[in-house]
Ligand binder design. Structure first.
Ligand SMILES: Cc1cc2nc3c(=O)[nH]c(=O)nc-3n(C[C@H](O)[C@H](O)[C@H](O)COP(=O)(O)OP(=O)(O)OC[C@H]3O[C@@H](n4cnc5c(N)ncnc54)[C@H](O)[C@@H]3O)c2cc1C
Length: 189
């Protein structure tokens, strides 16, 4: 592992972290992203992608891949209770609007977050200046005048448990040599 470069550490491989990493990588800013989960994220919290977000995706070079996978918002049904089989209302939450030159992406669309993560990760993989570490968890950070010291717990990728912690210390300052794991860090085991 390279402890001295890149100088920017992003913690968390959710949409915020991935988009931040991609924004930096597309501008040739080296970045390291750590994600405590040892696997790609599965499932989702919400699938709605608002119109302006598509414009961000366009600026990040992923809008075509996103558009290939999104679906329109399906109709909502209200069922009569009790029973719940007779439909009493069937409606569009939003009417579909045709794009125009000034509003190229006018509609809310749906895409699972796990699918969006895959698109963003695939795009990030094209940038050699981005390093993604799964199974790496920020444990603490200390702000100095000239650097931030962080303690990162490495989870053994073969075991998704806390038994195999291998703490390392990473510095944001390229001049600082790597600091070997120290006892107090190891005591977190
Ligand atoms: C019920 C619900 C419905 C929603 N619906 C929508 C919707 O329709 N459309 C929409 O756009 N948004 C929706 N949202 C909001 C959306 O889920 C969040 O805005 C989005 O997930 C935030 O992304 P994030 O990257 O900031 O955080 P997260 O998605 O929470 O990702 C944070 C990541 O950081 C990792 N992490 C945390 N701590 C550490 C650490 N110490 N070290 C390393 N890694 C760490 C976590 O494992 C995680 O992968 C919804 C949210 C909820 C709860």
């Amino acid at each position: 592992m390279n402890y001295t470069s890149p100088e920017i550490l992003i913690v968390g491989g959710g949409p915020s972290g991935l988009i931040l990493a991609l924004s930096l990588a597309r501008n040739n800013v080296p970045v390291r992203l750590i994600e405590k989960s040892t696997t790609e994220r599965v499932g989702q919290r919400g699938s709605g992608i608002s119109p302006r977000t598509f414009e961000v995706f366009e600026s990040l070079g992923v809008v075509d891949d996103v558009l290939k996978q999104v679906i329109k918002v399906p109709n909502f049904c209200v069922f009569k209770m009790p029973g719940g089989t007779e439909i009493i209302n069937d409606f569009n939450m939003e009417e579909y609007v045709d794009p125009t030159p000034s509003i190229p992406y006018p509609n809310l669309m749906l895409l699972g977050q796990d699918l969006l993560d895959k698109i963003l990760c695939a795009e990030l993989a094209k940038h050699q200046c981005c390093q993604i570490d799964l199974g790496a968890e920020l444990q603490s950070l200390k702000q100095w005048e000239d650097r931030v010291e962080v303690v990162i717990i490495r989870h053994d990728l073969s075991q998704d448990t806390f038994d195999s912690i291998d703490p390392v210390v990473a510095h944001s300052s390229p001049e600082d040599p790597p600091v070997a794991p120290v006892v107090e860090h190891a005591s977190y085991k």
